[in-house]
Design a protein around this ligand. Structure first.
Ligand code: ADP
Ligand code: MG
Length: 306
């Protein structure tokens, strides 16, 4: 089972925790104001966090704006070219990267002005309170591998995975890489369920054998692409839904056996052989209906394997 990180395992409501200044010509307020100006046209949750932190009602408007998927944004604000995003974004634009500042507890957004790094904005996102419980439940229920796919940097991805007991991590992914990762698992003979919020992972939800969307925190695209929607974003409902589905499938098979086996095979043979009178025939016809009904009521109380 595959999980997106941001917005799925975490709440997807990031908040700015700190601003590290790299170029003393800039101060915290200026950096946040420029960054928030650049993010004005972005719908990414990170954009909301930065706008909230800038706490400025008259933000500058970007004159040129571009979203770079899975990387960040590029915009011209107050006549300056701003790059705001992860390390890959800066590397792609030949901006020299500052060393030794890696963190595994927050997402670091690098800010470059006119291709020169000026600050790092640290953004923290909370792990969903019941994510660990949901993953433990899935492992107990026999899901043999859990994988996290994320566009975020690997130090923070590894830390979240460790905290939640996730077996495998792939970080720094673009939306297309997530699709590739799912296909690779499928080629390896796995049946893949993918849980995501639709921010950069809707194609992956569509490609997976079972797509599970975060219903409330997720995007419309997630709901369209997925097979199942978790309407209250409660991850612990996943092991529960899986248990109900497996039990339903077993019940359908049992009922088919009862219905077809008893009524058709036994009943027809018995009547052809002349063993049944009217009353017996009525019992053979209706008995399995009652049995099927009673068998199905067991689905009202599906227990999770513990
Ligand atoms: P995830 O796969 O964890 O949901 P995304 O693919 O949405 O993450 O984003 C990957 C990374 O790209 C983010 O961690 C961030 O560093 C950067 N990024 C994406 N969009 C923005 C944005 N609007 N502003 C700043 N950085 C962004
Ligand atoms: Mg996401």
């Amino acid at each position: 089972m595959v999980f997106d990180k941001t917005g799925t395992l975490t709440t997807g409501e990031p908040a700015v925790e700190e601003v590290v200044i790299l170029d003393s010509a800039y101060d915290q307020a200026t950096v946040l104001r420029l960054a928030a100006g650049a993010e004005r046209r972005s719908s990414h949750p990170i954009a909301d966090a930065i706008t909230a932190a800038a706490a400025d009602s008259s933000l500058p408007s970007p004159t040129d704006f571009e979203t770079i998927e899975g990387r960040g944004v590029r915009a011209v604000v107050l006549g300056k070219e701003l790059l705001l995003g992860n390390r890959a974004l800066l590397a792609d634009h030949d901006v020299p990267l500052p060393d030794g500042l890696d963190r595994d507890d927050i997402t670091q957004l690098l800010v470059a002005v006119d291709r020169h790094p000026v600050a790092i904005i640290g953004v923290a996102d909370q792990i969903r309170p019941n994510a660990a419980e949901a993953l433990a439940g899935l492992h107990r229920a026999g899901i043999d591998r859990t994988v996290m796919l994320t566009g975020d940097a690997s130090p923070i991805a590894l830390r979240v995975a460790k905290q939640l007991g996730i077996d495998q991590v792939e970080a720094d992914l673009l939306p297309g890489d997530k699709v590739e990762a799912i296909k690779r698992l499928q080629r390896g003979g796995h049946r893949v369920a993918m849980v995501g919020d639709g921010v950069n992972d809707a194609p992956a939800l569509a490609v997976a054998d079972v797509g599970i969307a975060m219903g409330a925190a997720g995007t419309r695209a997630a709901l369209e692409a997925a097979d199942i929607a978790l309407m209250n974003d409660d991850l612990t409902k996943i092991p529960h839904a899986r248990a109900v589905a497996r039990r339903s499938y077993r019940t359908i098979k049992e009922n088919l056996f009862l219905g077809v086996g008893v009524v058709h095979v036994l009943g027809i043979v018995a009547s052809l052989a002349g063993w049944t009178g009217l009353v017996q025939a009525a019992f053979i016809h209706l008995g399995p209906d009652v049995a099927v009904f009673l068998n199905s009521t067991k689905l009202l109380r599906v227990k999770l394997d513990r």
